[in-house]
Design a protein around this ligand. Structure first.
Ligand SMILES: Nc1ncnc2c1ncn2[C@@H]1O[C@H](COP(=O)(O)OP(=O)(O)OP(=O)(O)O)[C@@H](O)[C@H]1O
Ligand SMILES: [Mg+2]
Length: 271
């Protein structure tokens, strides 16, 4: 696919970020939805695609009830344009289908069709965020491989760090060479996040010869859980929260990877 792009198409292409983790429940979906909102508030046309196929739940955190999902697209019951929903903060949204066994067990061909569909969104937006499932299955790594950048989420839990190393190992051994940016979630101090990152980075460098990038941290913050209960992004319902402040730093860090980035308006202008 990469080789067939004409120069014009490449110039207009959206930047694709996959948000992934080794261990489940570390905060990928919450981060994906809020990253999407913050990109959008900063003026980037943004779409979030829930690629946690069959167990998609990003729509809940975004407060959306999807009428149609990737499952309808794969079944030939809906065109790509018909499964795009309007989300919060002007973010566009595609759901991966919830409680759909066929989607969870989708074969290589099915996932390849989804990857092509994601590429087709490219001319219509600036940022595509893929909220992946956890683990090292092809249902995760195919979307990591498609993306231009991977955002690797871990907490300071030892199993989460070990599993984060596991997913890096699997994709790097498969030839992955694009950047991986690390976010340490649910920390109680910047020092805690730094220690986790240095541990992980040390292991990937030493054993895999792969250099991980630091993106940033999100603190443990009751606003995140509070927003889930409200079925809304925390950065929308609790814009003054500590988590929202750190989120904005993460997006500022990612903006440098977008071509022709316009400077973000100051917060006062945006609100
Ligand atoms: N920084 C945080 N502070 C407090 N709670 C958090 C934070 N980040 C995530 N959580 C909570 O952790 C839980 C799991 O988050 P989330 O669903 O985003 O994880 P996930 O990695 O997408 O999980 P899965 O692997 O099942 O897809 C949610 O209840 C969420 O509110
Ligand atoms: Mg999730």
């Amino acid at each position: 696919m990469e080789q067939n792009r004409t120069p014009e198409r490449t110039a207009k292409r959206a930047t694709i970020f996959a948000v992934t983790s080794g261990k489940g429940g570390v905060g990928k979906t919450s981060l994906s939805v809020n990253l999407a909102c913050e990109f959008s508030r900063r003026g980037h046309r943004t779409i979030i695609v829930d690629t946690d196929l069959g167990l998609a739940n990003a729509h809940i955190l975004a407060g959306i009830k999807p009428q149609k999902t990737l499952s309808d697209y794969i079944d030939g019951k809906a065109e790509l344009a018909e499964i795009i929903e309007n989300g919060p903060c002007k973010v566009k949204f595609i759901s991966g289908g919830s409680g759909v066994k066929e989607m969870a067990n989708l074969d290589d061909n099915g996932r390849a069709r989804i990857c092509v569909a994601i590429e087709e969104l490219s001319p219509f937006c600036d940022v595509i965020l893929l909220d992946t499932g956890a683990g090292v299955s092809k249902g995760v790594t195919d979307f990591v491989t498609l993306a231009d950048h991977t955002i690797l989420v871990t907490t300071s839990n030892f199993a989460a760090i070990a599993d984060a190393y596991g997913i890096v190992k699997v994709v790097v051994q498969d030839g992955y060479q694009k950047p991986i940016h690390c976010v340490v979630n649910r920390v109680r101090s910047p020092e805690e996040a730094e220690q986790v990152f240095l541990k992980l980075k040390g292991c990937t460098e030493r054993f895999l010869g792969f250099d991980l990038n630091w993106l940033g941290l999100l603190p443990e913050d009751s606003s995140v859980e509070g927003a889930v209960l409200k079925r809304a992004p925390f950065s929308e319902v609790f814009p003054g929260s500590v988590a929202a402040r750190y989120l904005s730093k993460l997006v500022a860090g990612l903006e440098r990877y977008l071509p022709n980035t316009r400077p973000a308006a100051p917060a006062a202008v945006r609100s």
